[in-house]
Design a protein around this ligand. Sequence first.
Ligand code: ATP
Ligand code: ATP
Ligand code: MG
Ligand code: MG
Ligand code: MG
Ligand code: MG
Length: 257
Amino acid sequence: MAKSKYEYVKQFERETVFLPHTWLVVRIDGQGFHRFTATHDFEKPNDLRALELMNRCARGVFDQVGGICFAYGESDEYSFVVHENSQYFNRREAKLVSSIVSLFTSLYVFYWPTVFPDRQLKYPPSFDGRIVCYPTEAILRDYLAWRQVDCHINNLYNTCFWTLVQSGKSTVDAERELMGTLSADKNEMLFTKFGINYNKLPSIFRKGSIIVRDYVEEEHTDKATGEIRKKRKMRTVVVHEDIIKNKFWEQRPHILG
Ligand code: ATP
Ligand code: ATP
Ligand code: MG
Ligand code: MG
Ligand code: MG
Ligand code: MG
């Protein structure tokens, strides 16, 4: 195509291209979701359908955007890990972050009526995004552990807070009662006052959500013999497990491999 005299303006463009052989984490987070969840009557402390909506959007991103090998979600946030060997978008920061955040947001609005047929979307939600580049697998693992610990701390606190509020306490009194308490105190309070065993609450609340490609056994019928056979297939799956200890990673060496 012929160049116009205006082409020179391209020279003003600047961009960040991430170093090769480093892990990229794209973290998106709902903007003003404190208000959004209140306006849309989310169940407290955890609206299960809202978490499932987040997971559905994250799966869409996971399957559509190249180079993503792992995703971790809790509350209104999701972290997408781009594999150190990925060349997707030539590792350009602006392209990666803007396409992930816009696809996630449009999926959120797209799937909303399916997940919440009884709840009208009252205003358009938005998400922000950032990318952090981690030079080693060990630091990447620490990043993921940091997010899962955050999920645990927030969930334990929110579970206590909303249990107190639902038992008739004012929000101010509930906050005051929890001030300065340790994890052990909170577990004890839930159990002795309300008969709640924290460790028995759904793991999606306690551990967050993990999206990976993993081997699953599927049954299929052999056309010739009619026999039912089991086959191992690679599928995108959502699980709610501990990712801080080594076990998860040792069982799935292909994820970061
Ligand atoms: P910012 O724009 O700075 O991110 P924010 O209001 O979104 O502000 P966050 O720290 O991201 O603040 O907190 C998210 C809020 O959304 C918290 O109050 C959290 O409890 C709530 N929330 C997120 N997901 C759910 C859910 N599934 N059920 C109930 N509440 C949720
Ligand atoms: P990339 O993802 O790299 O941006 P692209 O397919 O979006 O790839 P663009 O260079 O952005 O490529 O071109 C946008 C395309 O969409 C062009 O083919 C353009 O003609 C078409 N297009 C955009 N808006 C309209 C419109 N209103 N009516 C018809 N065609 C349109
Ligand atoms: Mg937020
Ligand atoms: Mg958040
Ligand atoms: Mg285009
Ligand atoms: Mg390396």
